[in-house]
Structure formats: structure tokens, C-alpha cells
Write a protein that binds this ligand. Structure first.
Ligand SMILES: NC(=O)c1ccc[n+]([C@@H]2O[C@H](COP(=O)([O-])OP(=O)(O)OC[C@H]3O[C@@H](n4cnc5c(N)ncnc54)[C@H](OP(=O)(O)O)[C@@H]3O)[C@@H](O)[C@H]2O)c1
Length: 251
């Protein structure tokens, strides 16, 4: 039995990954603010264990309560050969010039993109330490972690920090028994709500907007289903975690 925790499973890339991960031999815990009824229906049809938790990962108190309950579920799990955490939930907003950043929106973006992922990794590592099972953490990163984009300072900075956090997990566990395999993975450009948000931004706030409109017009965006298929295959493979900072387009 595998035990997988996946954030941001209500739509976009996360929903597509969740659908591929549904299996009777896999206990899947999904997290998002909203439900995913088609996923629940698929799970019932396939006899796949699915536990969808509603949580706002931008809310520190709600996230703390969630991680406590997940810790208990992980600690008490039996018959698990592999534990997996996929930190996929993310927000590109606020999209604006640095001069216009507002405290509340900035704190929220950093919490969803970085703080929640760090806390989930923390409880995941602590609660699975005593289990005799393999452990994998996949942090969904972005090309924006590795190249600055005007208008995306909050997003770029949070994703760059997520890359570094991934390296810190590897460094802290290097040489230990049952060290987790970890990877911060850029998924490429995908046709999701996040891209629609990007294309709807203000040109003043987001100077490179035309590049993103052209990608959509040219049909150059990956579908969530195709990208999810590649990521899930990579996650399950021996290649996973060989490079801590990776890009699915290289596989
Ligand atoms: N799309 C791209 O081109 C692209 C490119 C590079 C990297 N990425 C990364 O890929 C990941 C998935 O992005 P996507 O394009 O699939 O985005 P999306 O379509 O906007 O979906 C985002 C997911 O994150 C969840 N989420 C957002 N805020 C949340 C919150 N406060 N609490 C809990 N869940 C929250 C959403 O669920 P709820 O709204 O139901 O809460 C949703 O399931 C993100 O990490 C993103 O940065 C995407």
C-alpha cells in the first residue's frame, strides 16, 4: 500500500495528478479549499481510497490543525511500503510591481506557496520517521524559481525558496537511514486556471503578458492530463530525486 498526500487537488495539475494516482492499492489524501466531486466519483468507481480534506493553506491556524491531524494519520498507518508528499498547491498572485506589494496579499502568497509546503514536509518527515517504508517528497516548483519574471516577485521568490527548502531536506538527511528522496520539479507551462489568471493580468503590473497570451494562442500549453501523466511516471521511477532541482521537460 502507498500513502500519498497531495495538495491543490481540486483543479488544474493537482486534479489531473490525483486522478492518475487513484488506485485500490494507494491511500490518497487530497487537500484544497474546494471539493472535487468528479475525483470522488472516480475513486468510488475504481474502489480507490480517497480522503479529501478542505483546508485553506493560506490560513496558518487552519494549516496547523491540518498538519496535526495528518501527522496522526501518518503515524498510525500500517502496511505502507511507500509514503509520498506532493506539494502542488500554488498561487501566482499577487501579480504587480514590487512597489505595489501589499502586506496581507504578500503574506498569503508566501504561506500558500512556501510556508504550508514546509509545514507539511515537516510533519510528513517526523511522522514517517519510525516507519520501515520508503519516503518521497515532490515539491512542484516553476521555471519562475530559476529566472526572474517582472510582476511575479512574490511567486518567483516563494518558488526559489521552495527549491532551496528541497535542497535543505536532502542536506539534513544525507547519509541517514531511510533518507527521503526529494525533488523540486518545474512542470512546464500548463493550460490551467493559473495561466488564465496570468493572461488576465494588467499589462502595467505584468509586462511579459503578451508572451503568455501567445503561448495560449499558439496552442503551446501542455494539458494538465499529459503533464500529470509524465510527472506521476517520474514520481514512481528510480530517476526521482536523483537531481534535487529538476524539470519534467528534461525527462
Ligand atoms: N500552470 C502553469 O503553467 C504552471 C507553471 C509552472 C508551475 N506551476 C505550478 O503548478 C502547481 C499547480 O498549478 P496549476 O496551474 O494547476 O494551478 P491552478 O489551476 O490555479 O490550481 C491551483 C490548486 O491549488 C489549490 N490552492 C490554491 N490556493 C490554495 C489555498 N489557499 N489553500 C489550499 N489550496 C489552494 C487550488 O485549490 P482551491 O482553489 O480549491 O483551494 C487548486 O487545486 C502550482 O504549484 C504552480 O505554481 C504551474
Amino acid at each position: 500500500m502507498e500513502f500519498v498526500i497531495l495538495t491543490g487537488a481540486s483543479r488544474g495539475l493537482g486534479a489531473a495528478m490525483a486522478e492518475r494516482l487513484l488506485a485500490p492499492s494507494r491511500r490518497l489524501v487530497c487537500i484544497a479549499r474546494t471539493a472535487n466531486e468528479p475525483l470522488a466519483a472516480q475513486a468510488r468507481a475504481r474502489g480507490a481510497p480517497l480522503d479529501h480534506r478542505l483546508c485553506d493553506l493560506g490560513d496558518v491556524a487552519a494549516t496547523a490543525a491540518l498538519v496535526q491531524s495528518l501527522g496522526e494519520a501518518l503515524r498510525s498507518a500500517t502496511g505502507v511500503s511507500r509514503f509520498v508528499l506532493v506539494n502542488n498547491a500554488g498561487v501566482v498572485e499577487p501579480i504587480c510591481r514590487i512597489e505595489s506589494l501589499q502586506a496581507a496579499a504578500l503574506a498569503r502568497a508566501l504561506q500558500v506557496n512556501l510556508g504550508a509546503a514546509m509545514l507539511l514536509a515537516s510533519v510528513f518527515l517526523a511522522a514517517t520517521e519510525a516507519h520501515d517504508a520508503e519516503r518521497r517528497i515532490l515539491n512542484i516548483s516553476s521555471g519562475a524559481a530559476r529566472h526572474p519574471v517582472s510582476g511575479w516577485s512574490a511567486y518567483c521568490s516563494a518558488k526559489a525558496a521552495l527549491d532551496m527548502f528541497t535542497r535543505c531536506i536532502a542536506a539534513e538527511h544525507a547519509g541517514q537511514d531511510n533518507a527521503p528522496r526529494v525533488c523540486a520539479l518545474a512542470p512546464g507551462v500548463i493550460d490551467t486556471d493559473m495561466q488564465a489568471t496570468i493572461r488576465a493580468a494588467d499589462r502595467i503590473d505584468f509586462p511579459p503578458i503578451e508572451r503568455f497570451r501567445k503561448l495560449k494562442a499558439d496552442g503551446a500549453l501542455g494539458t494538465p492530463e499529459a503533464v500529470a501523466a509524465r510527472i506521476v511516471a517520474f514520481l514512481e521511477s528510480d530517476e526521482f530525486g536523483v537531481r534535487e532541482i529538476d524539470d519534467i521537460r528534461d525527462h
